[in-house]
Design a binder for this molecule. Structure first.
Ligand SMILES: Nc1ncnc2c1ncn2[C@@H]1O[C@H](COP(=O)(O)OP(=O)(O)OP(=O)(O)O)[C@@H](O)[C@H]1O
Ligand SMILES: Cc1ncsc1CCO
Ligand SMILES: [Mg+2]
Length: 268
């Protein structure tokens, strides 16, 4: 068992206020920007092909999400990914519903090429991506994160990337280490784009981090702690969405240290 303290990572994000460039889906655009602001990062949603690569070169981190694709956006994403990789800027791929259609599979394959720092998806998405095949029904997971453990470790090794699988328990692996983050709240998957927004939070934690595996696990532990706090106050998804932003904003280092349920072992 290795130890991993998420607190210094949250401190770094709030101190440095990283500029996070996101090309995300139409559903996530607003909630994701609000989540990043509540966290203490600076979001920018910049998707035109004419400027995506240039902006990726300025940002502290980039995140790409294939939730509501169109051909123009795909080219913007590919160019932004190449620019980030060339500049040594960390970037995250969120392969929304990748198993559902050929367009998504082909786009994900093109985006794996320039080498994401982190791949963050739900269990069905990570299993489909690892198998290079179909799987899952849509944007919601039909599998548990435990079922995706082997796929996550294999994908991390094949891509030389960190892979994060979210669900009731989150898994994070770099192919060598495996972290489990418990906590969060059952209302989290009942609010749209909370996973997409988490992808932005992972981007914020990657900015200036030495170890992307540790930074990703810290991001997921922070998210789970905020979700747990929000769940104490919200009776349903509508109020949960608001309570979650407030909880993320209010989350202090002592509460994170107290709430974080994070364990790290060797990957199987
Ligand atoms: N049953 C659950 N209990 C606690 N936390 C959960 C549960 N399911 C998901 N979460 C948390 O919700 C967040 C989003 O994960 P989820 O797997 O729902 O992403 P997603 O499917 O990509 O979401 P979306 O596509 O709607 O943005 C993560 O922080 C995860 O830990
Ligand atoms: C609902 C939905 N449809 C495409 S993207 C998205 C946001 C959650 O992934
Ligand atoms: Mg998702």
């Amino acid at each position: 068992m290795h130890s991993l303290d998420p607190v210094p990572h949250l401190t770094r994000v709030r101190r440095t206020r990283p500029l996070v460039h996101n090309i995300t889906n139409h559903v996530a655009m607003n909630p994701m920007a609000n989540v990043l602001l509540a966290l203490g990062a600076s979001p920018a949603m910049v998707h035109a092909r004419e400027e995506a690569a240039e902006f990726a070169g300025l940002a502290d981190a980039l995140t790409l999400n294939i939730g509501t694709l169109s051909p123009h956006w795909v080219e913007a994403m590919v160019e932004a990914a190449r620019a980030a990789s060339a500049a040594g800027t960390p970037w995250v791929l969120d392969p929304v519903a990748v198993g559902a259609t050929a367009f998504r599979r082909e786009t994900a394959a093109r985006l794996l090429e320039p080498g994401p720092t982190v791949i963050r998806g739900n269990a069905s998405e990570i299993m489909a991506l690892a198998a290079r095949g179909a799987g899952g029904r849509g944007v919601d997971s039909t599998d548990s994160s435990e079922a995706a453990e082997r796929a996550a470790v294999d994908l991390a090794r094949r891509q030389a990337a960190v892979v994060a699988v979210t669900g009731a328990v989150d898994l994070i692996t770099d192919g060598r280490r495996l972290a489990r983050v418990a906590g969060g709240h059952a209302l989290m998957p009942r609010v749209t784009a909370l996973g997409c927004s988490l992808t932005g939070v992972v981007g914020a934690f990657l900015a200036g981090a030495e170890d992307p595996f540790e930074a990703t696990a810290a991001a997921l532990a922070t998210y789970a702690a905020a979700g747990e706090e929000a769940g104490k106050r919200a009776p349903g998804p509508g109020s949960f969405a608001v309570a979650f932003l407030d909880a993320l904003y209010a989350l202090d280092e002592a509460t994170l240290a107290d709430r974080a349920r994070l364990e790290v072992t060797d990957a199987p």
